[in-house]
Write a protein that binds this ligand. Structure first.
Ligand SMILES: [Zn+2]
Length: 393
């Protein structure tokens, strides 16, 4: 099957860790066979695509927090709650296609309805969608944050059953609403939904079954419980207070020491409507918290929450990465965060987010240097998923 060897060449390569000079990536059977920077000629039998001296080859991007079933409309909650399953599956299919066109070759879906992200993964071949790492409906309290997605469970038996059901259905990650949220009537980001014992139980069972565990949480006390429980990623991590946001240094230190991923919620497309009131009222305080988290050396990855509101359509990730840079992270570290680091956060270290032998052949080609200017990520020349070039770009 030697004739299946593809070679991609470009004047610049970012391999997921560092920037390299001119190079070529050898792809066979959907995997990267090798990456070469010696200037050697490609094998004669290979099919060669040369993107030119100005182009950059990068690993496909990873978004650690999306909602494929949500349509990014002004009434996304009503859509995902009331739509029939076929309609919601269409929404998810379109969302996945949009993400892939944007160069997002891996998404972690942290809240669907009726396990429709898994249905989508089964229906669409890998080369025509991003890799989908799915949580199913988030586990939440009765009437709690996002209860309308169907993941209500309280008490040890019900929580264990909920984790086991997700594992049996093929989920990769368990998502828990450790605290409340502002999108759900009657809920508040300051509410604590589960106690320390429940959180520990969920994480232990998820890990025992080979799943990772992600916690949605905003308020400091609940963040402390989530750290104690051993979650792999903390979603949002805003340290929201009654009238603002205030970092707790002791908790940030523990996140740094334990190597827990802080999955920060960033990104809004240009011209987006203002953020929801709970965020808008706290914006300066939130920026202060996020800036300190980024400067702390914590393992920061970006989840956009794509789908939840009009400012967050499913092509929002490049704008979130530009925002991460504005908050103080150097561009090269931003690229590492959205590739190797994010891949590890979602449980795909070595397979995603890296250009190296044995990794999945998920790549993005952009027209200029994203190290010099991250807006290059909106100048997509080609996207490859599992070795297949996406048609139309
Ligand atoms: Zn979310």
């Amino acid at each position: 099957m030697l004739s299946e060897l593809q070679v991609l060449r470009a004047g610049n390569v970012f391999d997921g860790v560092q920037t390299r000079g001119p190079g070529m990536v050898l792809i066979e059977h959907g995997l990267i066979r090798d990456v070469d920077f010696t200037g050697a000629a490609p094998p004669e039998y290979a099919t060669v695509t040369d993107f030119g001296a100005e182009a950059w080859l990068l690993p496909g991007l990873v978004d650690t927090h999306v909602h494929l079933c949500w349509d990014a409309s002004t009434d996304a909650v009503a859509h995902v709650t009331n739509g029939d399953p076929g309609t919601i599956l269409d929404t998810a299919r379109n969302a996945a296609a949009t993400a892939l066109r944007t160069g997002v070759t891996t998404v972690r879906d942290l809240g669907d309805r009726d396990y429709l992200a898994l249905a989508l993964r089964d229906q669409v071949p890998p080369s025509r969608r991003p890799e989908i790492i799915a949580a199913g409906p988030p586990i939440t309290t009765r009437g709690g944050h996002c209860h309308f997605l169907g993941g209500e469970a309280e008490g040890a038996d019900a929580l264990l059953a909920a984790v086991r059901e997700r594992a049996e259905r093929g989920c990769d990650v368990v998502k828990v609403m450790a605290g409340g949220g502002s999108m759900t009537p009657g809920s508040s980001p300051l509410h604590q939904q589960y106690g320390p014992a429940d959180l520990r139980l969920i994480v232990e069972e998820a890990h025992r079954l080979g799943l990772t565990a992600a916690a949605h949480v905003h308020a400091a006390d609940a963040i402390g419980d989530v750290i104690d429980a051993g979650f792999d990623t903390i979603e949002h991590f805003t340290f929201m207070t009654h009238d603002g946001a205030g970092l707790r240094d002791d908790l940030l230190d523990r996140v740094v020491e334990q190597g827990i991923f802080a999955s920060l919620t960033l990104g809004g497309v240009p011209g987006a409507p203002p953020p929801p009131p709970a965020v808008a009222a706290r914006i300066d305080a939130l920026i202060d918290v996020l800036t300190k988290v980024i400067a702390s050396g914590a393992r920061v990855v970006v989840g956009t929450d794509a789908g939840i509101e009009p400012g967050k359509p499913h092509h929002v990730l490049p704008y979130a990465l530009m925002q991460l840079a504005e908050l103080g992270m150097p561009n090269r570290d931003v690229l590492r965060s959205a590739t190797t680091e994010a891949a590890e956060a979602v449980g795909r270290a070595g397979r995603k987010g890296v250009l190296g032998p044995g990794a999945d052949a998920d790549l993005v080609v952009v027209g200029s240097s994203p190290v010099a200017d991250l807006s290059a990520l909106t100048d997509i020349r080609a996207v490859y998923r599992a070795g297949h070039r996406l048609p139309g770009n």
